[in-house]
Design a protein around this ligand. Structure first.
Ligand code: HH2
Length: 290
């Protein structure tokens, strides 16, 4: 791969998904074996993942909760192996439990991705503060078991934005430096397809909060509903939403298919840059004025 052709990877980071679970919605059971998970994570890094997001508990609608000890057993060995293998990507732990976050940080994780934004286990906040790790605070309406049962909002973007502002305040009051915080609208977490589309279309309003915005649309069911396709046929739809989210100001893209999304975003970033730097545009504007 010759990234030079595109002038580097661009101002975005790809977060590759590594689900060490039996029941994740699109890849459940594929990487439950630690060796398979490590190999998959290293492959995602080779494809351009700057962050590897390891999860030991599915958050799909209707998922059953997993005890902390089992969740930790699934992911901690994988993190240790990745560190031993010299992985250069930032290691992220996708968990809502302080015990799992603590063990993951001890093993080498430096980002805590909590889909409950520290609401299910507020102790994670002080843990993150003390360790100096980064954190991703995500919006979710309700909880995974029931979140897709008739979610309602007056103004989904305004409500998600107000929620995220409140969670930034909570995290900062727990001692987390603001520059360590990432925000995520929580695509598919207590949202209809229309809510997800509106959040993506108005993502710039969340970017205005001043923290990097993470988006996770990869293979999600609203894309299947829009295209009439099965979960394993949603790469084109996933790319479309990530390109649009980039254009609206998102910085981190949480995906299963790292290589294709990386290519799409590299070309998008280069095109946006070329548009901003265009001398032709400057001179034509000048000549119109004259
Ligand atoms: N989506 C999922 C899990 N974690 N974290 C963030 N920050 N943003 C997301 O959109 C997000 C997330 C669900 O996707 P996946 O991990 O593929 O499935 P499962 O939860 O079934 O393991």
């Amino acid at each position: 791969m010759n990234a030079e052709l595109l002038g580097g990877a661009g101002p975005f980071r790809i977060m590759g998904i590594v689900n060490v679970t039996p029941d994740s919605f699109s890849d459940g059971g594929l990487y439950l074996d630690p060796a398979a998970a490590v190999e998959h994570a290293l492959e995602l890094e080779r494809q351009g993942a700057a962050i590897l997001d390891l999860g030991g508990e599915s958050t799909r609608p209707g998922a059953e909760p997993v005890p902390a000890a089992e969740e930790a057993r699934r992911v901690i060995g994988v993190i240790e192996e990745l560190v031993a293998a010299g992985a250069r990507a930032q290691i992220s732990i996708d968990t809502s439990k302080a015990a799992v976050a603590e063990a993951a940080i001890a093993a080498g994780a430096t980002l805590v991705n909590d889909v409950t934004a520290f609401r299910s286990d507020p102790a994670i906040a002080s843990l993150v503060a003390a360790s100096g790790a980064d954190c991703c605070l995500m919006h979710m309406l309700g909880e995974p078991r029931t979140m897709q049962q008739d979610p309602r909002y007056e103004d989904v973007v305004a409500e998600v934005k107000a929620f995220l502002e409140g969670r930034i305040e909570f995290a900062v009051s727990a001692g987390i430096a603001e520059e360590r915080i990432l925000l995520d609208p929580g695509i598919g977490f207590g949202k209809t397809a229309a809510h997800n589309l509106e959040l993506l279309g108005r993502l710039d309003e969340l970017v205005a909060l001043g923290r990097p915005v993470v988006v996770g649309t990869s293979r999600k069911s609203f894309l299947g509903r829009l295209t009439g396709r099965a979960t394993d046929e949603l790469l084109a739809a996933t790319i479309a939403t990530n390109v649009l989210a980039y254009e609206r100001g998102a910085s981190v893209f949480r995906v299963h298919d790292v290589g294709p999304v990386r290519d799409a975003l590299a070309v998008t970033a280069a095109t946006v840059r070329a548009g901003c730097q265009s001398t032709t545009r400057t001179s034509s504007t000048t000549s119109t004025k004259v």
